[in-house]
Design a protein around this ligand. Structure first.
Ligand SMILES: [Zn+2]
Length: 461
């Protein structure tokens, strides 16, 4: 821990909060100060002193913690939030990807990514992996990047293919070469707020030759790979991870999403290869991808990250994911007989780590974010504890995982910049953006033939 005086005028002092550093060496620190200088955290400790011109935030009734990391969200679906509340995975593929998805214009992707990223920031998510598979034209990709950029969030733009069955059903179409242009145009540096990844299709979604091509493309570009594996679909029998292994493609640069129906052997292969995982427990149970593999991954030393996946069916914040992951894994420890005591192993701290530092690890960004550690980027959130749903605080980790929600997210810093303050997003013309979002919804759902009558019959009276 660093103490002492800091006299730089660019500093912000977050004073006297309960700091959950999520850094196992620093631990949980009551009555503690955090100093931000520019983009970085420079000090964590009691009674730190700063220049009289520094910005001081009174954090006495705040939990101070690193921002959440959502390791997989199809942000483009923001304008159709809640359109498929109780669908199955089969219904999602036909209703969303093969109907609504093909209606997207570039401008719909822009407002989707901007509003989806703002939704994330509002909920204390400071890093978002945008799994973008609506790249129907290069303009759609440009719009996606611009939307993320304008929101000010830290994001990994995971570039995927266009929508349409021909890209997903044992496809012989290679990943679009346009990703090379995108790398050059927007992502020349890997040391910026927005970085690039390849949102890959697994073997089975493509021919083995295409899978090989796509993995080699990502590695040629020097970017990480994110891939959906192991979801159960009616009549489909593919062991995605095993297929990747047989093709010699597994590696530490890949994040495996869901893994719900992956075999133990496949999870062993992920662990052995140094790969990372993203579990989306709410959607996996809702749509029937299979049983979330949280405990099976932990048992192999793969600390999972958590993800939202789709706001067409899932709440867009991490509190729900943490709580769902926790109780789902704990009941799996239930035995068939009362003669053996119920002995679950997963704890509240585990799921809080999944949602922060383990998410950072899953994106290979843990050297920069995921904990409140001097030297890291200042991606920090302050949760109000003087509110009726969280007071009084006894155990701050429990407060966050059991009781807190988006309404408690008071302040959000990304790379030292304030994106939310006093419970409100900053720098945003919300009425204008909401209007654009409604227009995108109306266009998409009308053209897909699924717009509810009440929307068409509304009046402004
Ligand atoms: Zn997904």
């Amino acid at each position: 821990m660093i103490g002492g005086k800091i006299y730089n005028d660019q500093t912000t002092l977050i004073k006297g909060g309960y700091v959950l550093t999520m850094d196992r060496e620093l631990g949980d620190l009551p009555h503690t100060d955090v100093v931000i200088d520019g983009e970085k955290i420079v000090a964590v400790g009691p009674n730190l002193e700063v220049s009289s011109r520094a910005n001081v935030i009174d954090a006495r009734n705040r939990i101070v913690m690193p921002g959440f990391v959502d390791t997989h969200r199809h942000t483009w679906q923001t304008p159709v939030r809640g359109v498929l509340p109780s669908c199955t995975l089969d219904q999602y593929f036909s209703g969303m990807l093969n109907n609504i998805g093909i209606q997207y214009r570039a401008e719909d992707v822009y407002i989707a990514n901007l509003m989806g990223a703002l939704e994330a920031v509002n909920a204390g998510i400071t890093t978002l992996l945008d799994w973008s598979h609506v790249n129907n034209t290069p303009e759609h990709s440009d719009a996606a990047v611009h939307g993320l950029d304008e929101a000010g969030i830290r994001a990994i733009y995971a570039h995927g293919v266009p929508v349409g069955n021909e890209w997903w059903s044992y496809s012989s179409k290679k990943h679009p070469e346009d990703i090379r242009r995108i790398r050059k145009e927007y992502f020349q540096s890997d040391d910026q707020l927005l970085t690039l990844a390849l949102a890959a299709r697994a073997p089975g979604n493509t021919t083995p030759e295409v899978a090989k091509h796509d993995w080699e493309l990502a590695r040629d570009l020097g970017i990480r790979i994110s891939v959906h594996v192991g979801m159960r679909l009616t009549g489909v029998h593919v062991n995605h991870v095993l297929s990747l292994h047989e093709l010699g493609l597994l590696g530490p640069d890949t994040t495996y999403i869901h893994c719900t129906d992956s075999t133990d052997e496949e999870l062993d292969l992920i662990a052995k290869s140094g790969g990372t995982a993203s579990v989306a427990p709410y959607v996996e149970m809702l749509m029937g991808h299979g049983v979330p593999p949280t405990g099976r991954l932990v048992a192999r030393g793969v600390r999972p990250s958590l993800s939202i996946d789709v706001v067409s069916s899932v709440p867009g914040e991490m509190f729900t994911q943490m709580r769902t992951a926790l109780v789902q894994e704990r009941i799996l420890a239930f035995t068939e007989t009362p003669d053996i005591a119920f002995a679950p192993s997963l704890t509240h701290r585990d799921v809080l780590e999944f949602a922060t530092i383990d998410g950072a690890r899953a994106c290979a960004l843990d050297h920069k974010i995921g904990s409140i550690t001097p030297g890291k980027q200042a991606d920090i959130i302050l949760l109000s504890t003087d509110q009726v749903n969280v007071a009084p605080v006894v155990d701050p980790v429990a407060t966050v995982v059991i009781s807190a929600d988006t309404s408690n997210v008071d302040t959000v810093f990304v790379a030292g910049k304030v994106l939310k303050q006093n419970g409100r997003l900053t720098r945003i013309d919300m009425p204008r953006l909401l209007n654009r979002l409604d227009n995108a919804r109306d266009h998409l759902l009308s053209n897909a033939g699924v717009i509810p009558k009440w929307i068409l019959t509304r009046s402004d009276d």
